[in-house]
Each structure stands twice: as structure tokens, then as C-alpha cells.
Design a protein around this ligand. Structure first.
Ligand code: SF4
Length: 444
């Protein structure tokens, strides 16, 4: 009889959380646990939480219930940003046995000698100042892309953000370790690596425990580009003030770094950017987009934007709307502002009513659809390389081109995790792009 314990994971939030869940999962495997799906019967359920998620508490409770439904006697543990910010709140949720803060989450297996259910969640939290060490992570096995963590925490003070409170100061992996992890990932047949972190443009700060920059983000990019065996590298989100010309120019000429940038804007109004304590004005943002377009006309440019920030008048919002409408970008990620405890913005006056926030969000989401469509249409008839994903979605397989165009074709298991040259032909009713293969299996 198999007596090995089973563990299941649920991840909320960002790519960084996904990469950390993978690392935590590997530590369980090393301790002799078998990993199963979250819907299956497991002995332990680990929930990696997020504080940015809308209705984070409700989501968390639903997931705990899901775990209890699968096995009412299972041990339930919570880690992640929400667990750091509100440990007692999570511990009080019915069915939760253990809550670990930022310094403890990677040591979770040390806390699991006794798996009997607790009447009340046990909390092992920390002051966020203590989270000053770095734990490298990458995700593998869950997707065709790997998320490679290169940096953690943030020293910025954006007035709406809880991430510095949940993840601590900015610190980075050593260049040597990043390169080692990248090599390991590529050796396992993963074809695309996405660089992740909280503020990856700040890479190099805290690399050896001190606050100096030992390496720059540009040095990281150029070193990764030289690692043999990596087919694709994607820079995920990078602050506009930290995205330098040298990086943009390098990406334009690189064979591995793909022409896709995701750059948080948050508002197109300088007044709002100042209230948010962002470190740039809208002019700098335009300059970054223009620079990318100058050297990579086909690049995909994604934008994060917040609506309903305190003090955002109709005029400010329209300023943002027109700013984005006029800018040559490819899609938006729209966030509806919601108050977070212990942030400066939560104390601001001129709160925007919820119905106005949601109306503005809808308008920008509509703009995003229009922008994406225009970007896709502009790319029709052009040739690209696509990396196919692993899921069968209602009889279709999806993939992304290097410039992040989502394509689909009838399911064929042989395509999973392979790269092919294609020519984009048409946009279908789901807004995804159909294509013709240009060659048989050009790259493997
Ligand atoms: S840059 Fe600003 S929004 Fe981003 S993590 Fe740092 S404080 Fe938060």
C-alpha cells in the first residue's frame, strides 16, 4: 500500500506566486510527498494567497471549502502575501490549520510533523523587516513556460500598494544562480522562460545582501541571452522608469528575448501619478513606447492601469482614456482601485464612488478589446514563431507568438510544447488568430 502523503496546491495572484508555489512543491517532493491536483483527495492542501486579488478573503474561504470538500480531514495551510498581511484573519477561517508568514513559507515542510487538524489556525508570522533574505524560485512542470524569479520585494512607496508590506525590501538573486536556474529549466525541455519579480527593473539591488546594485537589469538580460539551450526569454512587467534604451535596443536585436513588454502606467494624468507616488510622468511613458516602436514596430506592448484612485475626477479619467487611445499599445490590464489597509491612499479624501469606478473600468476594458484587435489586425499576413501550450481547450490547442499574439488551431497532441513558423491569416469569433503553418516542425 502506498503510504506516501499527498499534497495539493492552489495559487492565487501573480507569476511570482506561481514560481514560488513550484519551489515549495519541489520541497514537498524532496520530503517524499506525492503532488496531486487540488480537486483530488490529499493529506495537505497548501494555498498560496494574494493580497491584490479582489475580495481576497472571500476567494480564500471558497478555496478552503473546496479543499475540505475533497477531504474533510486534510490539513490546510496558507502562505503568501495575504498570509503575511492578515495572518490572524486567515487563521480564523474555519478549516485552516496553519498560516505562515514571508520568512517561513519556504520552510513549510518543517511545520508538518503532526498533521492532525487544529481547532484554530496556528500562525507563524514575522515582521516584514525580517524578510530580508532571498529565496530563488522557478516554476516548472505546470506549464510550457517557466516563470523564473530573479528579484523580490520593492523599495518604492506607491501609495496604493501593499506589496512592500507583504514581501519586504527589494532584493535580487545572484546572477550566477539565475543563470544556473535558467540552464536547469532549459535542460528540462521548457522552451520559454518568463522573468518574474516584484520590480525586476531594480534587479541587482540586494544581490549579496547589501543595498548596492551589484549588477544591472541590462547585465542580467545580456548574460541570460548567452545561456545555451533557451529558445525564448520574456521580460514580464517592468517599471517604465527602469526600462532603459540599452535594454530595448538589446531586445530588438536578440534572438532569444521576445518583442513583448508589459509596462505599468497606472494613470495617464500627471496629477494622479504624483498622488500615487509613481516615479515618472506621462511624458516618460510616451517616450518609452515610442522608443520600443522605433526599433520593434511589431512589438506587443501591454499596459497596467488603475481606475477610481482617490481624487480621480471625470477629467482625470478622460485624460487617461485619451492618453491610452492615442498611444500605440496592444492591450490593457485594468485594475479597479480598492482600498487596502495600511496604505497611504486608503487615508486620501475624494473617494470615487464604486459605481463610477466600475463604469470607468468597463470603458477601459472596452478600449483594451479595441486595442488588441487593432494590434492583431495589423499583424495579419505576417510570419511568426508560435509556441504551443499543453491544454486541449474544447478541441483546440492555443499558443503564443513571440510578440504575444494568441493563436489557435484544432487540437493535436504532437504540437504541445513545440515551436513552429506560421503565417497569421484571420481573427476568429473568439478574437483569437488562425494561421497557416509555414514549415513542418521548424524548431524543436
Ligand atoms: S513599484 Fe509600486 S506598485 Fe510596484 S510593487 Fe513597488 S510599491 Fe508596489
Amino acid at each position: 500500500m502506498n503510504t506516501r502523503k499527498k499534497v495539493a496546491f492552489y495559487t492565487l495572484g501573480c507569476k511570482l506566486n506561481f514560481s514560488e508555489t513550484s519551489t515549495i512543491a519541489r520541497s514537498f517532493t524532496n520530503e517524499g510527498f506525492d503532488r496531486v491536483d487540488f480537486s483530488e483527495n490529499a493529506d495537505i492542501y497548501v494555498i498560496n494567497t494574494c493580497s491584490v486579488t479582489e475580495n481576497a478573503d472571500k476567494r480564500f474561504k471558497t478555496i478552503v471549502k473546496q479543499a475540505q470538500k475533497a477531504n474533510p480531514n486534510a490539513f490546510v495551510a496558507a502562505v503568501g502575501c495575504y498570509a503575511q498581511l492578515k495572518p490572524e484573519e486567515l487563521a480564523a477561517v474555519n478549516g485552516v490549520d496553519l498560516v505562515l508568514g514571508a520568512t517561513e513559507k519556504f520552510k513549510i515542510t518543517d511545520y508538518l510533523n503532526d498533521l492532525s487538524k487544529n481547532d484554530f489556525g496556528e500562525v507563524h508570522s514575522c515582521e516584514i523587516e525580517d524578510a530580508d533574505f532571498y529565496v530563488g524560485s522557478y516554476s516548472i512542470g505546470d506549464r510550457t513556460r517557466a516563470f523564473l524569479k530573479v528579484q523580490d520585494g520593492c523599495d518604492y512607496k506607491c501609495t496604493y500598494c501593499t506589496i512592500p508590506l507583504a514581501r519586504g525590501i527589494s532584493r535580487s538573486d545572484t546572477l550566477e544562480n539565475v543563470l544556473k536556474n535558467a540552464k536547469e529549466i532549459s535542460e528540462q525541455g521548457i522552451k520559454e522562460i518568463v522573468l518574474t519579480g516584484v520590480n525586476i527593473g531594480d534587479y541587482g539591488k540586494g544581490e549579496f545582501g547589501n543595498k548596492k546594485h551589484e549588477h544591472t537589469f541590462f547585465e542580467l538580460v545580456t548574460a541570460l541571452d548567452k545561456v545555451d539551450g533557451i529558445e525564448r526569454l520574456r521580460i514580464s512587467s517592468i517599471e517604465p522608469n527602469l526600462l532603459k534604451n540599452e535594454t530595448i535596443e538589446f531586445v530588438a536585436n536578440s534572438k532569444t528575448f521576445v518583442p513583448h513588454f508589459h509596462i505599468p502606467l497606472q494613470s495617464g494624468s500627471n496629477e494622479l501619478l504624483k498622488l500615487m507616488k509613481r516615479r515618472y510622468l506621462r511624458e516618460l511613458y510616451v517616450d518609452r513606447v515610442n522608443k520600443i516602436r522605433e526599433v520593434m514596430p511589431d512589438a506587443c506592448i501591454g499596459v497596467d492601469v488603475i481606475v477610481g484612485f482617490p481624487g480621480e475626477t471625470d477629467e482625470h479619467f478622460l485624460e487617461t482614456y485619451h492618453f491610452l487611445n492615442d498611444l500605440d499599445i496592444s492591450y490593457l490590464h485594468v485594475f479597479t482601485y480598492s482600498e487596502r489597509d495600511n496604505t497611504e491612499a486608503a487615508t486620501f479624501e475624494n473617494v470615487v464612488p464604486y459605481n463610477v469606478r466600475s463604469k470607468r473600468s468597463k470603458m477601459l476594458r472596452g478600449l483594451s478589446v479595441k486595442k488588441r484587435r487593432a494590434f492583431y489586425e495589423n499583424q495579419l499576413k505576417s510570419s511568426h514563431t508560435v509556441l504551443f501550450e499543453s491544454e486541449n481547450k474544447e478541441g483546440y490547442i492555443h499558443g503564443f507568438t513571440e510578440n504575444y499574439i494568441k493563436v489557435k488551431t484544432p487540437w493535436n497532441p504532437e504540437l504541445v510544447n513545440t515551436l513552429h513558423k506560421i503565417k497569421l491569416t484571420e481573427i476568429d469569433e473568439d478574437g483569437l488568430v488562425r494561421f497557416d503553418f509555414l514549415e513542418e516542425k521548424v524548431l524543436q
